[in-house]
Design a protein around this ligand. Structure first.
Ligand code: BES
Ligand code: ZN
Ligand code: ZN
Length: 497
């Protein structure tokens, strides 16, 4: 989608759809709205009244203009009460307008800047939110479908006061980057596991770094993993015909800095459960079990342009979890990179085995913060449902920073406790640890297991099992399929450096 700012007249500019946002229970019409209404001889307001359109959040009113103004149609978006309008409601409203445009087969959409005039919001953030909402709403994954001709939609901002022009342009730029990283993550996750196996993730990392002086990629193959003592990754990979890899991406900002953040992603390209085989119905979405790594790759794909002022390490252990005569068995003991031994009681709790190594590897980079993203437990979905990420952390300050980044981008997270009393549940009779807890609190015992591998470094664990992959349409910009969840939270967090 082509997005730009137009210095044109609101009522004469030719386009297929002009979008205006209105607040609920607002006495005065905005100047833009009043101008369009006047050009339409008051019909906009009178038809809205006739249809009992109140501007409730998410509501829409569509009208043809019959040549009275440059736009062929007008779409009025209900933004809800002015005092409750947030960046997220702007994102959602913009996505709704693009959904309407898509449905009508429209080619050009023009919109005023939503949210201007609200004291708590600035034009940069509003423009950014609109671009995110628009780009994410227009996404579809068509690689495996019969090709059809879909002409792209043009999206223009109009009626931006010249004082705000530069801010809106800046917002558009950031919004494009946020969306671009998210859409790459969606593509990687949506790609079937037959075409997205460990080696392909390595290829992605290399492609992202190519030509960018700020990103370096190191790849460790089976032999290197044996030398490093990465028993967790090697154990999970044993059942698969695809060899495993540990990928280490390093972003160094142009200005040297001592600040260092490590991002660790779960990268199980397909999780069959292994010998502890999943029931068929639970396996259908397991190509998405690399969504954590996809989020890390999404972040790295735009990191050069977002240009945070800290060093960022992206780390993932790419593996496939399959049953076979070579596969690890329940009862086997693996030795992780930090020398802790793990009794594998359930081969389906494989994510934490790979993370044991990748978190251990992250610790060696001596970062001040580690954030991992992992589709780790079904239990987290039982606790928080399909739309909320479980956040666990050994550090309140970092937990607060990540939560507030998530809040600004509209990704929902909720903190869960790392209850020390439950530590006993992951202790084993025959090894230092076991990879499953008891029947209850599965998200927490998984978090406690991971904590064993981060030493004392401030760390946040994001269990994205629910939100990474939508099994149904969630909202106007999160449709069925991969969501790219986590990319925008991490980018917003890194931007604060
Ligand atoms: N990849 C799954 C977790 C998952 C489930 C992600 C549903 C997304 C949707 C993970 O490897 C797993 O299988 N976890 C087990 C752990 C159990 C065996 C302790 C689970 O949650 O059932
Ligand atoms: Zn599993
Ligand atoms: Zn898994």
């Amino acid at each position: 989608m082509d997005i730009s700012v137009r210095k044109e007249e609101l009522t004469t500019y030719a386009c297929d759809l002009l979008v205006l946002g209105v607040f609920l229970k607002e006495k005065e019409l905005s100047p833009e709205f009043a101008q369009v209404n006047e050009a339409l001889e008051g019909k906009l307001v009178s038809f809205m009244k006739e249809d009992k359109f109140k501007a409730k959040e998410g509501s829409t009113f569509l009208m043809r203009t019959h040549g009275k103004i440059g736009a062929k149609r007008i779409l009025v978006l209900g933004l809800g009460k002015k005092e409750f309008v947030s960046l997220e409601s702007i994102r959602q409203a913009t996505a709704t307008s693009l959904g309407v445009a898509k449905g009508l087969g429209i080619k050009s959409v023009t919109s005023i800047l939503h949210g201007s005039g609200i004291d708590s919001l600035n034009s940069i953030d509003c423009a950014q939110a609109m671009v995110e909402g628009a780009q994410l709403a227009m996404y579809s994954f068509d690689v495996y479908k019969k090709p059809t001709k879909i002409s792209p939609i043009r999206f223009d901002f109009i009626c931006v006061p010249s004082a705000q022009l530069r801010q809106v342009q800046k917002g558009i730029q950031t919004g494009e980057l946020m969306a671009c990283g998210t859409l790459l993550a969606r593509d990687l996750v949506n790609t079937p596991a037959q075409d997205m196996y460990p080696e392909k993730l390595v290829k992605q990392a290399r492609m992202i770094a190519k030509g960018k002086g700020t990103i370096q990629v190191k790849v460790y193959d089976t032999q290197a993993l044996i030398r490093m003592g990465a028993g967790g990754i090697l154990g999970v990979a044993r059942g698969s015909d695809h060899p495993p890899f540990l990928v280490h991406m390093i972003y160094k900002p142009k200005k040297t800095t001592k600040k260092r953040v490590a991002l660790v992603g779960k990268a199980v390209t397909f999780d069959s459960g292994g010998l502890s085989l999943k029931p068929a119905d639970y396996m259908t979405t397991m190509k998405a079990d690399m969504a954590g790594a996809a989020a890390v790759l999404g972040v790295f794909s735009v990191i050069d342009e977002v240009a945070p002022h800290c060093e960022v390490h992206g780390i993932f252990g790419a593996v496939e979890n399959m049953p076979s005569g070579k596969a690890m068995r329940p009862g086997d003991v693996l030795i992780a990179m930090n020398k802790k031994s793990i009794e594998v009681l359930n081969t389906d709790a494989e994510g934490r085995l790979t993370l044991a190594d990748t978190l251990g590897f992250a610790v060696k980079q001596k970062p001040q913060a580690i954030i991992d993203l992992a589709t780790l437990t079904g239990a987290c979905m039982v606790a928080l449902g399909e739309e909320i990420t479980g956040l666990m952390s050994n550090n309140d300050e970092l937990a607060g920073q990540v939560s507030s980044a998530a809040q600004t981008v509209g990704e929902k997270v909720w903190r869960l406790p790392l209850e020390t009393n439950y530590k006993k549940l992951v202790k084993s009779n025959v090894a230092d640890l076991q990879n499953v807890g008891s029947r209850w609190g599965g998200a927490l015992t998984a978090g406690l297991f991971l904590e064993e591998f981060v030493e004392k470094i401030p760390w946040v664990h994001l269990d994205i099992a629910g939100p990474a992959y939508a099994e149904r349409d969630i909202d106007p910009y999160t449709k069925k399929g991969a969501t790219g969840h986590g990319v925008r939270t991490i980018l917003a967090y890194l931007k604060e450096f």
